[in-house]
Design a protein around this ligand. Sequence first.
Ligand code: TSJ
Length: 659
Amino acid sequence: MEINEMTDMTKSEKAYDGDQIQVLEGLEAVRKRPGMYIGSTGPRGLHHLVYEIVDNSIDEALAGFCDKIDVRLLPGNVVCVADNGRGIPVGVQHKTGLPAVTVVFTILHAGGKFGGGSYKVSGGLHGVGASVVNALSTWLEVEVVSEGTLYFQRFERGHAVTPLENRGPAPAGRQRGTTVRFQADPEIFKETIVYEYDVLQKRLREQAFLNAGVNIHLTDERPPEDRSGEEQDREIPYENVFCYEGGIRSFVEFINASKDVIHPDVIHFSAVAEDENSTAEVAMQYTDSYQEQILSFANNIHTTDGGTHEEGFKRSLTRVMNDYARKYNILKDSDKNLSGEDVREGLSCVISVKLKEAQFEGQTKAKLGNTEMSALVSSLVYNKMMTYLEENPATARTIFDKALSASRAREAARKARDLARRKNALETTTLPGKLADCQSRNVEETEIYIVEGDSAGGSAKGGRDRKFQAILPLWGKMLNVEKARLDKVYSNEKLLPVVMALGTGIGEDFDLSKLRYGKIIIMADADVDGSHIRTLLLTFFFRFMRPLVEEGHVYLAQPPLFRITKGKRHYYAFSDQQRDQIMAELGSGYDIQRYKGLGEMDPEQLWETTMNPATRTMRRVEVEDALEADEVFTILMGDKVEPRRDFIIKNAKEANWDV
Ligand code: TSJ
């Protein structure tokens, strides 16, 4: 966008309805194939709209012109994003004869995230994505305050319905900035236009960590009926402020707030590439956990599949640790090198790189491909970590004790496993006692329902088709997979039956060809406990039996939330929206029951609504869902709640909000 090529404002008055045929064709394409531009028209795509808009304010902050971003959820699931930046330019562009701000919202910019082109680059292309959001909204309004004047324009389904209007002097206290309000179009987002506060909160917090000093204020001003299920009971408004002067250092503290760290300080390095076209930053701290938690980002985008920056980090961490250990005789000549897994055990780490023309690869476009990032991160980590270890011998000692014990444990586990393999211990044909197995042995048709609680398990056993459906009720205390090495899983009373029933083994022993059921269906209540057990199981599958998830064997059952009865007929609703629709269609004289748990359903109801393949709906778990669970698990479900709350309070500076 050539915002410098601007002339005067006068042309814009007539331009909004004139030269737009070509423009509108562009946006019609977005409405025809929304998935191409935002990934999906489900909840994920819906939330993406907010990110597309907020990213523009973040860019303005990165450029150094804005430090406050205000995101509000308003009645009707209207979203309002405001910043105190320079304001989108309002001057008329040479090329189009339109004000730049109109161009931002009506011309489809190349290189959308899912369109196959290149990604946007922070500090580079502004306004990418805003036209996509506009096209997919029933309406969108923009206000720009620039040099004391307020400008306004409104769009409906991508079409400008007013010109850019000069509305005179801006109200007091609003010196400058951009405000965008929009409502997602239910014709596009057929499933739902209800935002989940918690989803937005997680992403906005992450952005605040990645952009140190930016103040992001999130407020939920929706009435309960406009909120999603679990969020209806919260106070109105419900809000959070995110602002972290410590940047990714604070991110690591946040991740570790519910864990026990083994050295006091977060280790932090940063570097600028010689050509000054890219930067790299790493923050890390070891905990007493047995898991590693590495989060990597490129241009503020979470690279869930890692890539060159993450590879560079891992490679040089292993190298620097071994070189240091040899130099200071921590490893003797006869000792084997520490493995990558050994030196990363218990590590929490955030890697953030910023670069021009980032290349994102892979199916989910969540893997960084630029090879130069490997060298930049790797030399940064090698040099600075070597110096750090030499200057902090006490911390070095603690870290090496941890890595050495990891190495010994791995060696011992390997020996034990070899022994067990020889004895064929895990291949015994014993099945867990509570498993109600099915008759068929044909994996093409068999299913296993993993059910929390005995009463739900009873309903499921009574309601199932025993020919191809097996039921495994879970009981006992869940293992905290964060704190467990692989060998512990084999002795956990809750997880062992799952491992035994599935037949595949775990970790390095995992063998998909031994899988006893084609579909593994997690059936849990639609409440907080249910969501907890889902997160734990998904995290467990993801960490220890990943191919199950990758090959699409894992499903989530979708039990109904309500039963509406009129006369002798029952209607089931799986969402609040569906409930409202059914109630509206029935008129009056019905009875409504909210299911608090699966145990409240009798076997016939459970079969009819949730288990019968002909009538049920199920959600197949994607790798991204499992990754999400894994992250929620480590970031938000640590066993210690207090430290996390303290952390949030300590770091949330009160916003003085006047945009
Ligand atoms: F794009 C958008 F509509 F989605 C959007 C953009 C939404 C929101 C809430 C904010 C913004 C936005 C854009 N905030 N700040 C800016 N800044 C510019 O567009 C801007 C301002 C001045 C100059 C300049 O060179 O003078 C350049 C740009 C890109």
